[in-house]
Design a protein around this ligand. Sequence first.
Ligand code: FE
Length: 142
Amino acid sequence: MMSDDAECDKKVTKSESEWRDKLSPEGYHVLREKGTERAFTGAYWDLKVNGMYRCAACGEPLFSSETKYDSGSGWPSFYEPADANSVAEQADHSHGMIRTEVSCRKCDSHLGHVFPDGPPQSGLRYCINSASLAFEADDAES
Ligand code: FE
């Protein structure tokens, strides 16, 4: 996805009460409180339709179905972001683990984690909560 328009670099910032009004309770918990949905319960872990997975909070395109694969984890898994600039990664030492958190660069919402056990295309597994994503099928615009 192109992001050369300066407008695309604008941050989306809302107060937590505004996010709470905008998002579902589960969406708020995952996106704004860094929650994790239970495996095999989300809307997208087993979805195999062509399209774009956007940020459920701000709508930024984050992951393409072209990079989605079945990791067996019970969460939507991708081997790379749609655009390297669309996600931010930072160390996460919570829950007694050393992990790399993935968040939406545009609105700073939590998406999931990235692990170094992905398929050969990148060696990376972006393990993302369905609750953090809003899927848009390719034929939705035709
Ligand atoms: Fe976002």
